[in-house]
Design a protein around this ligand. Structure first.
Ligand SMILES: Cc1ncc(COP(=O)(O)O)c(C=O)c1O
Length: 374
């Protein structure tokens, strides 16, 4: 039997492990020169015109990006109903209200007409999510934001290296947040970053990520707000630097794997395939809405059968209003038909840089068998 194929797996090479050893032996293991180097590396990767500040995770980065925008109690932020819970949770944590809108079934991106209809006098920001590595319709989002004077916090947790109309996400735009969690296209094990233009707002992020502390040249410091602690370590940044060197190679491989999936599943006999996007799609994940039927009535059955064949399928994600918190916030089931269908049916197929193209065939053959034979 072939080796178990998970839906994702990080690629950590021998050089990275050696570099981490050097940092661990150096005597400086928390935030220091490697973090600075990683932030400069990210800024260069994004074209050199942006401020980049790293965080312990994208969740903290998203929350503090909203704080920079002045979001607080009484404010509303528009968030797609199909995303990871963190996107909306951070809004709730600030005492503001996430106003959920449905997504397109194929791109899984927020529906702009619904976002436009959701704007009220309390709306302060909109959070497009570049789910699975596919850029949301940013022209539309920024036009809406301009019309209503909204801030835009892009949740690009899954989209480092993604291009929108030929430009890298994070090389433009208001506040753009990346995740470097273990399964992301670039990992620091856990980690995140904000890309933005304003040096003043970048300084505020520095204060917000480290106890509200401002340090002065004379060696003294002041604490101006009761901030939290989100600073990345040098060990993590060292992993990030090694990953950044290979990011374009990783994303190229992801595209090849996705295109092979399209060759084998593109006729949609086995299920609804995701929007293909253009060459800028970084293919963080390849998701399918399988055609369940008498022989294979539901996702649970499919995942169990695939697991028995040595193949892991992920679930990304349940819709937000399929969770108690958001259901109880006034978003009953039935409100977001596309997001909820995705939430009930979606599976994530294996896709990661070290995966062989032949393994895509193995996955598709197994899917065919599992979906058609009881
Ligand atoms: C869309 C989205 N937003 C936010 C996050 C949170 O990222 P982190 O785990 O780095 O906090 C994730 C992580 O999976 C995500 O997928």
């Amino acid at each position: 039997m072939s080796e178990y194929l998970p839906f994702t797996r990080p690629t950590i090479d021998a050089q990275t492990i050696e570099d981490v050893g050097d940092v661990l032996r150096s005597g400086w293991i928390t935030t220091g020169p490697k973090v600075e180097q990683f932030e400069r590396g990210l800024a260069d990767y994004l074209g050199g015109q942006r401020q980049v500040r790293t965080f312990l995770h994208a969740t903290g980065a998203l929350e503090e990006a909203l704080v920079v925008c002045g979001i607080g109690p009484g404010d509303e932020v528009i968030v797609p109903a199909m995303t990871f819970a963190a996107s909306a949770n951070v809004v709730v944590r600030l005492g503001a209200k996430p106003v959920l809108v449905d997504v397109d079934l194929k791109s899984r991106s927020l529906l702009l007409d619904q976002a436009a209809a959701a704007v009220t006098p309390k709306t302060r920001a909109i959070m497009p999510v570049h789910l699975n590595g596919l850029a949301a319709d940013l022209d539309g989002v920024y036009a809406l934001a301009k019309q209503h004077r909204l801030r835009v916090v892009e949740d690009a947790a899954q989209a480092i290296g993604t291009l929108y109309k030929g430009r890298k996400l994070g090389s433009f735009g208001d506040l753009v947040v990346f995740s470097f969690h273990a399964n992301k296209n670039l990992t620091t094990i856990e980690g995140g970053a904000v890309s933005l233009t304003s040096p003043e707002e970048a300084r505020t992020l520095e204060v917000l990520r480290f106890h509200g502390i401002t340090k002065y040249p004379d060696g003294t410091m002041d604490v101006t707000r009761a901030a939290s602690k989100h600073n990345m370590t040098d060990v993590a940044a060292c992993v990030g630097l090694a990953q950044l060197r290979r990011l374009d190679e990783f994303n190229h491989k992801r595209r090849q794997l996705a295109y092979r999936y399209f060759e084998l599943l593109g006729d949609e006999k086995l299920g609804v395939v995701p929007a293909r996007g253009d060459e800028g799609h970084s293919w963080h994940m390849f998701t399918l809405l399988p055609h369940y039927n008498k022989a294979c009535p539901d996702r649970k059955t499919l995942r169990e059968r695939m697991h028995k064949r040595g193949i892991g399928l992920g679930i990304h994600y349940q819709a937000l209003n399929q969770f108690t918190l958001y259901k109880n916030m006034g978003y009953p089931e039935g409100r977001f038909p596309n997001a909820e269908r995705i939430g009930r049916e979606t599976v994530t197929l294996p896709l990661f840089p070290a995966m062989a193209l032949s393994e895509v065939e193995r996955v598709c053959e197994a899917l065919g068998e599992c979906l058609t034979t009881a």
